[in-house]
Design a protein around this ligand. Structure first.
Ligand code: SAH
Ligand code: DHB
Ligand code: MG
Length: 227
């Protein structure tokens, strides 16, 4: 008989998976301790979600990755490690201090040569990438301010090709997205995002529940057709 679902059990299962499948890694451990020491909030993806992003990037043979929301470069490191030697990752971050911590962490992880950090509002940076006719990305990971997720999606689609994978973190928010009128702007943004990817004619999508302190989710979409 399985145990009843509860938070403690969910956390134990998450730890069990991590012990089996995520090797201890000094640069990732130091990434998080330096981020904490610099006062960054501990809102990075979990080790298991990092491994998941890494696997998805490898499975899609991504050579060009775009990330929106760098923080201290924890998810950036996981994604950059999935790139081939001639691959490239561009990551967008609003906060100069976060970007500085990330730069240091990416250097230490040995992936700085593959990563470009662009500082500014995500929407502005995406517009700049569109203006400079940036070639399409193979994988796009959305993880910045949740109220802007639909705007990020619309621009991401213009930086994509058929087959591009688009991922977004925090789209379940412990179930708050199920309310028709979530009280917090982040859950409203995530709910609008889920509805947008579910209905979009160029996307096939699913949301995968993700265990962390609470239950959250990662959306997975593939771009199926041309504009
Ligand atoms: N992807 C990271 C976590 C990102 S946290 C990881 O898992 O390791 C969200 C980040 O988005 C924060 O660093 C925050 O400063 C940044 N952010 C918030 N609003 C933004 C905006 N308008 N444009 C770009 N980045 C933004
Ligand atoms: C927040 C942002 C995140 O990207 C996350 O994974 C968890 C929390 C936040 O802004 O609170
Ligand atoms: Mg997140």
């Amino acid at each position: 008989m399985p145990e009843a679902f509860n938070e403690q059990l969910a956390e134990q299962i998450d730890r069990y998976i991590e012990r089996l499948f995520v090797l201890p890694d000094d640069s990732l451990t130091q990434n998080l301790s330096d981020a904490a020491a610099a006062g960054l909030p501990a809102i990075n993806i979990s080790p298991n979600e990092g491994k998941l992003l890494y696997l998805i990037a490898k499975m899609s043979r991504a050579k060009r990755i775009l990330e929106i929301g760098t923080l201290g470069g924890y998810s950036t490191t996981w994604l950059a490690r999935a790139l081939p030697a001639d691959g490239k990752l561009i990551t967008l971050e609003l906060d100069q201090a976060h970007a500085a911590v990330a730069r240091h962490n990416l250097d230490r992880a040995g992936v700085a040569d593959r990563v470009e950090i662009i500082i500014g509002r995500g929407v502005d940076s995406l517009n700049a990438l569109l203006d400079r006719n940036e070639p399409p990305f193979d994988l796009i990971f959305i993880d910045a301010d949740k109220p802007s997720y639909v705007e990020y999606l619309n621009r991401a689609l213009r930086l994509a090709r058929t087959g591009t994978v688009i991922l977004a973190d925090n789209v379940i928010r412990n179930g708050r997205v199920m309310s028709e009128q979530p009280t917090d702007a982040s859950s409203r943004g995530a709910r609008a995002y889920n509805e947008a990817i579910a209905a979009h004619p160029r996307l096939e999508s699913l949301v995968l529940p993700i265990i962390r302190e609470n239950l959250d989710g990662l959306s997975i979409s593939i771009v199926t057709g041309n504009e």
